[in-house]
Design a protein around this ligand. Structure first.
Ligand code: NAD
Length: 393
């Protein structure tokens, strides 16, 4: 089987789906690896490095002729490049990447129409045996780190306490809202930089993790017993809950120099945790990094990839922080992809075992059909009566 790595075309996307050091793991598994020219350049990996690792450098058209195509962004998540790539897809091709299928169900339907099999890596189940395939975790971790660096760079003060002959500087107060993967890394990074860190999450189970990083957990007198799903995610709460939450958070936000917002509900609009009024109560020079800006934002007034200044407070809405550290995010992504692909091969690609949870949960379309129940629903298609048949390649 020939596996191709394509160059990302989404504006500002500097990652690559496979790094040279990950090539031997695929060739050892009996796969031939081809890489589109310059695919790794923006992440710091030359064509020569891929060649030395055993890959062949090819054109984009040649890459799309392979049996399996690896991309960081595929389907609708590839943006304006998708229609051209869609038309390159040949029947029976397997595409593996982040497709953001809940936001772009139409592109998934188009991939199905082309007869391709699409695996969306965001859908990897969060189970122990799939941890090394979990792109959401590997990328969110670095995003949390970058968010704090961005805030530190923008803030007109430094983060650590510093005693000098010219006087003593007090540490900055950093508040992290949402202590999942990105939030926990943001806490750890802000602590390492010497800030005074506190954090809040709607899931009470997180308290211990926050404290183990040396940060203060903000306790709010709210009924949060039903706030966590069996999968460990936050559940959407009612508007009454969010209103009360904002009211209680107001004082903590007002006393912070930096607020890092990471709160998300899978597949839904992000909850608003910081209102304009709360922003107005912050000290001038304050910085909010809204990592949820692309999903509607945790902070009122934030905008995707924009810098907005409200009452002297700078609100940043970065949407692709992992692309700011492409060398390492690509390395982690490549490990996720290699583990996933070798698992699929073991499960008998392209006749993916329908009983395998990892294959089943990530498979969006195959055999000309959009097979993922949730994505079908998003695409306005009726449920499939019977389990999907094996692909016709
Ligand atoms: P996420 O990106 O969906 O959400 C980020 C955080 O926002 C979550 O911690 C969530 O509780 C929080 N949040 C949502 N609404 C909020 C609100 N109103 N106020 C405050 N916080 C709010 O989540 P994630 O970071 O991808 O992962 C969440 C959890 O999933 C992890 O902490 C972990 O328990 C679990 N997980 C498990 C595995 C695994 O077992 N393989 C891997 C990764 C994550």
């Amino acid at each position: 089987m020939k596996v191709a790595v394509v160059k990302e075309t989404f504006p500002g996307e500097r990652r690559v789906a496979l790094v040279p050091s990950a090539v031997p793991a695929l060739t050892k598994a009996g796969l031939a690896v081809v890489v589109e020219a310059d695919a790794g350049r923006a992440a710091g990996f030359s064509d020569d490095a891929y060649r030395a690792a055993g890959a062949t450098i090819v054109s984009r058209d040649e890459a799309f002729a392979a049996d399996c195509i690896l991309a960081v962004r595929a389907g609708g998540a590839a943006g304006a490049g998708w229609p051209a790539d869609r038309d390159r897809l040949r029947r029976g091709a397997i595409v593996i990447g982040m497709c953001d299928p809940l936001s772009f169900p139409e592109a998934c339907r188009e991939a199905a129409e082309r007869g391709a099999s699409l695996f969306s890596l965001e859908l990897v189940p969060r189970i122990t045996r799939a941890q090394s395939m979990d792109v959401l975790s590997s990328q969110a971790n670095i995003a949390g780190y970058r968010a704090v660096l961005l805030a530190a760079h923008t803030l007109p003060r430094i983060l650590p306490m510093m005693t000098t002959a010219a006087g003593t500087l007090t540490p900055a107060k950093v508040l992290v809202l949402g202590a999942g993967v990105a939030g926990l890394q943001a806490i750890a990074t802000a602590k390492r930089l010497g800030a005074q860190v506190s954090a809040y999450d709607v899931r009470p189970a997180v308290k211990e993790q926050v404290q183990s990083l040396g940060a203060k957990f903000v306790e709010l007198p709210l009924e949060t017993g039903s706030s966590e799903t069996a999968g460990g995610y936050a559940k959407a709460m009612g508007e009454e809950f969010y209103a009360k939450q904002r009211e209680l958070l107001g004082k903590v936000v007002a006393d912070s120099d930096v607020v890092i917002c990471t709160a998300l509900i899978p597949g839904q609009k992000a909850p608003v945790l910081v209102t304009r009024e709360m922003v107005a109560r912050m000290r001038p020079g304050g910085v909010i990094v809204d990592m949820a800006a692309e999903r509607g934002g945790n902070c009122e007034g934030s905008a995707p990839d924009q810098t907005v200044v409200v009452d002297g407070v700078t609100i940043l809405g970065p949407t692709n922080l992992p692309a700011d550290a492409p060398f390492h995010t690509s390395q982690l992504f490549a490990k996720n992809v290699v583990t996933f692909l070798t698992h699929l091969v073991k499960e008998g690609l392209p006749d993916v075992a329908p009983g395998d949870e990892i294959c089943r949960d990530t498979l969006v379309c195959r055999g000309g059909e959009l097979v993922h129940p949730k994505i079908r629903e998003r695409a306005g298609l009726p449920p499939l009566d019977a389990p999907a048949a094996s692909p016709t390649t």
